[in-house]
Design a protein around this ligand. Structure first.
Ligand SMILES: [Zn+2]
Ligand SMILES: [Zn+2]
Length: 209
């Protein structure tokens, strides 16, 4: 009598096996712990559940770069919201003005800048004045009256350069900093200083690099 080979579901249904199974909530991949007792586990189990290394947050190695990136972008947004909560608006924050208004590209963009510019559109201190089209929006600060223009340019399929440019710039120096860049191969931002998230946060709070 031949029995049907066991499936994922069969193994998942058995407590004996389930305790060696790991699962990534993001991509749905199943695998097994690296230290599972391989000699006690049937070959079919080993085949269906390859070793899957998980991060402490329960994310597989395939999903980890994107997961970490999303977490970093959340942290960038949080820095903006923390500041605005304390000061009412970001208009007198020199580091903010530098970061959101600087030029990007040509063959790359600064993801921190994109996130800050986009998130600013949702700040309650900013009122959107005239929406001439999707990529051209004017903001007036309800807190201090400063005016900004939001500009978004698609420089490559589904890749954008977003900026927030004040009416009258108060920027006096260009330290050439960027964060979380994305580039076309061969067009990397060579002459710029790339800040890690931690260093960027220090810069934003203190102006020091
Ligand atoms: Zn995954
Ligand atoms: Zn303001």
């Amino acid at each position: 009598m031949s029995s049907k080979p066991k499936s994922h579901e069969d193994f998942l249904a058995e407590q004996l096996y389930r305790c060696w199974i790991v699962h990534c909530d993001i991509c749905g991949r199943y695998g097994r712990f690296g230290d599972s007792p391989i000699h006690e586990l049937p070959p079919k189990f080993q085949e269906l559940f390859p070793v899957l290394t998980m991060s402490p947050d329960g994310v597989c190695q395939v999903c980890l770069p994107q997961y970490n990136f999303q977490k970093e972008m959340e942290a960038v947004r949080a820095v903006l919201h923390d500041y605005v909560q304390k000061h009412g608006c970001p208009c007198n924050w020199a580091q903010f003005e530098y970061w959101v208004s600087k030029e990007q590209g040509p063959g790359w963009h600064d993801e921190y800048q994109n996130i800050l510019a986009d998130e600013s559109l949702h700040l309650s201190c900013f009122q959107q004045d005239i929406v001439t089209d999707r990529f051209d929006t004017f903001l007036t600060c309800r807190n201090c009256g400063r005016r900004w223009q939001y500009v978004s340019e698609e420089w490559r399929m589904l890749a954008y350069k977003n900026r927030l440019i004040p009416d009258h710039s108060r920027i006096t120096s260009n330290p050439g900093l960027i964060g979380g860049w994305f580039a076309t191969a061969g067009f990397e931002p060579a002459s710029k200083r790339v800040l890690s998230f931690e260093n960027w946060k220090i810069y934003m709070f203190t102006g020091e690099v």
